[in-house]
Design a protein. Structure first.
Ligand SMILES: Nc1ncnc2c1ncn2[C@@H]1O[C@H](COP(=O)(O)OP(=O)(O)OP(=O)(O)O)[C@@H](O)[C@H]1O
Length: 246
């Protein structure tokens, strides 16, 4: 599905690499979260995997059948919701699957003819989530798609994402700096850290879904009990940071 063997990624003009010696894979149907502190290189890594940046040394094998979802929904403001969805579809118009996706995201038919500017932030993310699944990608890359949303809205969107992933089973690589979000979603968590960033830990999440907040808190305690230094000295790793940093 996706296999990256990254030797180095160095930004032009930089003295040192931002990422080095990273091996990362996502199996078919697997949900992998990539966690690391702000600025460590998560988005940079995702852009390499998405094929948006070819300036690195190493090898990448990734499905060309890609869906992408970013921090901001990136809907075209001059196109209606229907036209935004049609944009990613080979036939250039909304098919039954796309309409079902919109409905599954809790958006009614009237939404189809609205422009993104006429929707709330949460509704725009729902449209972007539907669009990411609309072309039935085999590999879905998500870069902090639910950041800066109210907690209940973000939680609802996570549920919608999981439901759709379980229905269609693409391989997923989901970037987040929020450990609890990763523990809620992932089959496996890959932790990045250091400078240049490398994989510091891989953690398999065995708890059945849906995972309650109590189950997530329990997993966090087990993880940080086994790896007490995992979040030490880091910024921006969500609620777990406070407990880890004491
Ligand atoms: N186009 C660019 N040119 C030069 N440096 C860049 C560029 N894009 C990102 N960087 C640098 O690369 C490093 C990693 O950035 P990146 O956005 O990948 O981090 P991140 O882990 O995704 O952060 P966050 O969680 O805050 O989104 C940062 O130091 C950033 O300043």
């Amino acid at each position: 599905m996706m296999h990256l063997q990254l030797a180095r990624k160095t930004w032009p003009g930089a003295d040192s690499a931002v990422l080095a010696d990273i091996e990362l894979h996502v199996a078919a149907g697997e949900f992998v979260c990539l966690v690391g502190p702000s600025g460590c290189g998560k988005s940079t890594l995702l852009a390499l995997i998405a094929g948006l940046d070819a300036e690195f040394s190493g090898t990448l094998r990734a499905s060309a059948d890609l869906g992408l979802l970013f921090q901001t929904p990136r809907l075209m403001p001059w196109l209606t919701v229907r036209e935004n969805l049609a944009l990613v579809l080979p036939q250039g118009r909304c098919d039954a699957h796309a309409l079902e996706l919109l409905a599954a995201m809790g958006l009614d038919a009237a939404t189809l003819d609205r422009y993104p500017g006429q929707l709330s932030g949460g509704q725009q993310r729902r449209v972007a989530l539907a669009r990411a699944f609309a072309a039935r990608p085999r590999l879905l890359l998500l870069d902090e798609p639910f950041v800066s949303l109210d907690a209940p809205v973000a939680q609802r969107l996570r549920e919608l994402l999981l439901a759709q992933w379980q229905a269609e089973r693409p391989g997923v690589l989901f970037v987040t700096h929020d450990l609890d979000e990763a523990l809620t979603l992932a089959d496996r968590i890959v932790f990045l850290g250091g400078a240049p960033a490398q994989v510091v830990l891989e953690w398999r999440c065995g708890v059945l879904r849906p995972r309650s907040p109590a189950a997530v808190a329990g997993q966090r305690a087990v993880l940080l009990g086994a790896h007490p230094d995992l979040l030490a000295g880091r910024r921006g790793c969500g609620p777990a940071q406070e407990s880890a940093d004491g």
